[in-house]
Write a protein that binds this ligand. Structure first.
Ligand code: DX5
Ligand code: ZN
Length: 218
């Protein structure tokens, strides 16, 4: 079963509540929230107050993607704000296992993210401890970038790693996901697709979500 996680980064922030509701009604599975700090990535977006504001608007899990230095310092704030899944970049964690444990201690599902240039070996020893692996298919920082094809072998490698655990661990892809690239990702083993522009730039979000979900059947 393929899950769709619309990224609100591409939504109209002046109508954020409606934009969240709209994709929920369109059949989204998660709401993807991109948190950027202007240090780890060259852009600043949103923080815990926005997560708190959208929490009562939707019943969907909030999939909060932390593109920030020193994520440990903010885990409690995001947990209290209502995050259901917190993903941290392996590149930002000096003690990755500790950070993952901290997220779980706060009652939130932990996930780990890898940039396109970071090898899958980085997460080999923590795979059993996470609920999600997020593979960046663009360099993080901005919506609307082009998909990086060289990540495909990493999706396959991650799928093998996950299979060997015998656990249900989501494999999510993020960046440049559209009907064409979604299909390649699903075929390689991804089961959660993040999409910003491919959903929010369309008038009919329901149709866009269905189209992404069914992309591998065409
Ligand atoms: C990029 C973000 C993505 C982004 C995706 O740093 O993590 O979630 O919003 O946007 P699209 O789907 O437009 O590439
Ligand atoms: Zn993201």
């Amino acid at each position: 079963m393929i899950k769709i996680a619309p990224s609100i980064l591409a939504s109209d922030f002046s109508r954020l509540g409606e934009e969240v509701k709209n994709v929920e009604e369109g059949g989204a599975d998660y709401i993807h929230v991109d948190v950027m700090d202007g240090h780890f990535v060259p852009n600043i977006t949103i923080g815990p107050p926005i997560v708190k504001a959208i929490r009562p608007v939707t019943d969907l899990p909030l999939d909060v993607h932390l593109m920030i230095e020193n994520p440990d310092a903010y885990i409690e704030d995001f947990a209290k704000a209502g995050a259901d899944i917190l993903t941290v970049h392996a590149e930002t964690c000096k003690h990755l296992h500790r950070t993952i444990s901290l997220i779980r201690d706060h009652g939130v599902k932990p996930g780990v993210v890898l940039n396109p240039a970071t090898p899958v070996e980085m997460i080999k020893h923590v795979i059993e401890d996470v609920d999600m692996v997020l593979l960046m298919t663009v360099n993080p920082g901005f919506g609307g970038q082009s998909f990086i094809d060289s990540v495909i072998p990493k999706i396959k490698q991650t799928a093998e790693l996950v299979k060997a655990t015998g656990k249900e661990i989501d494999i999510e892809v993020d960046g440049g996901v559209n009907d064409q690239t979604a299909r390649i990702c699903i075929d390689a083993g991804a089961n959660v697709l993040v999409a910003g522009s491919a959903i929010y730039n369309q008038q009919d979000r329901k149709k866009a979500i269905e189209s992404l979900r069914n992309s591998s059947q065409r």
